[in-house]
Design a protein around this ligand. Structure first.
Ligand code: AP5
Length: 251
């Protein structure tokens, strides 16, 4: 029987088992990059994918928000940028990511959520991984229509417990109890940068940087596009991503 004819759930479990087998067998650090507009589902997918593959989940947005909540010098510097939906300068972003990656350099690899966002960041990441004889294995572009992005961000709620940070959607992925995280019981909140005017600025920034990023990773043969709409659930995206990894694994 062709695996494609199996149910999505079983297919996903088989692919996961295979990816994990190959991964452990060859012991190759795996770096997966998630590209996509604000609300495209990068964080949601990373939260599903990273534990399945035993990878670290590195989200630049979460790292920056943590600095802001700690009121650190860096947090104070970047707070107005996040509030307005702008991009944090490359030199700051790269320093933060390099520090974080160094913690995981000799481990299994990472899912990078929200980084790189510019070709400059992508080049510096390439150089950094190269200096450790490692490389980016898969780049997934989560392609979602702008109208759907706006609906997703308007309904997103995030767990206030920074160690948990799970995200929900009031319509597509609601918590069991209104306003409360299913996993840790903390209160849910709406991110400040999910206000409509800030969302539009974030989408504009994304539209300005995305094409060169897609070209960069297409040239390297690492780019895979996963199209989704608000009618698809998050599990359908995960299953398709695992299917791509299954078919394109290079040991
Ligand atoms: P960041 O936190 O990375 O924000 P973003 O890229 O705008 O992405 P989001 O976190 O808003 O969305 P997501 O794609 O993770 O979607 P999610 O899974 O939550 O960055 C914030 C800011 O930090 C930036 O604006 C910038 O200032 C700065 N920054 C970060 N990285 C930077 C960098 N590299 N360089 C410079 N500056 C940087 O999903 C959204 C909603 O949709 C949720 O409610 C979810 O439940 C729902 N959903 C998810 N998947 C589906 C699905 N398949 N179907 C239906 N609903 C779904």
């Amino acid at each position: 029987m062709s695996p494609i004819k199996l149910s999505g759930r079983l297919l996903s479990r088989l692919e996961f088992a295979f990816v994990r087998y190959v991964y452990w067998h060859f012991n190759k650090p795996v770096y997966v990059i998630l590209l996509g507009g604000p609300g495209a589902g990068k964080g949601t997918l990373a939260t599903q994918l990273a534990p399945k593959l035993g990878l670290a989940h590195i989200s630049t947005g979460n790292l920056f928000r943590r600095e802001i909540s700690r009121h650190s010098a860096l947090g104070k510097k970047i707070e107005p940028i996040l509030k307005s939906g702008g991009l944090v300068p490359d030199e700051i972003t790269i320093a933060v990511v390099a520090r974080e990656l160094a913690r995981f350099a000799n481990r299994r690899g990472a899912v990078l959520d929200g980084f790189p966002r510019t070709v400059n960041q992508a080049l510096l990441l390439e150089r950094l991984l190269d200096s450790w004889s490692q490389e980016v294995c898969f780049v997934f572009f989560l392609d979602v229509e702008t109208g759907d992005l706006i609906v997703r961000l308007a309904g997103r709620r995030t767990c206030s417990n920074k160690a948990c940070g799970l995200t929900y959607h009031m319509d597509f992925n609601p918590p069991k109890k209104n306003g409360v995280c299913d996993k840790c019981g903390s209160a849910l909140y709406q991110r400040e940068d999910d206000r409509e005017d800030v969302v539009l600025a974030r989408i504009e920034n994304f539209n300005g940087t995305n094409e060169p990023m897609l070209r960069f990773y297409k040239q390297r043969g690492r780019l895979f596009t996963i199209k989704s709409s608000n009618r698809d659930g998050k599990d359908s995206v995960l299953t398709r991503v695992l299917a791509v990894m299954f078919r394109n694994w290079q040991a």
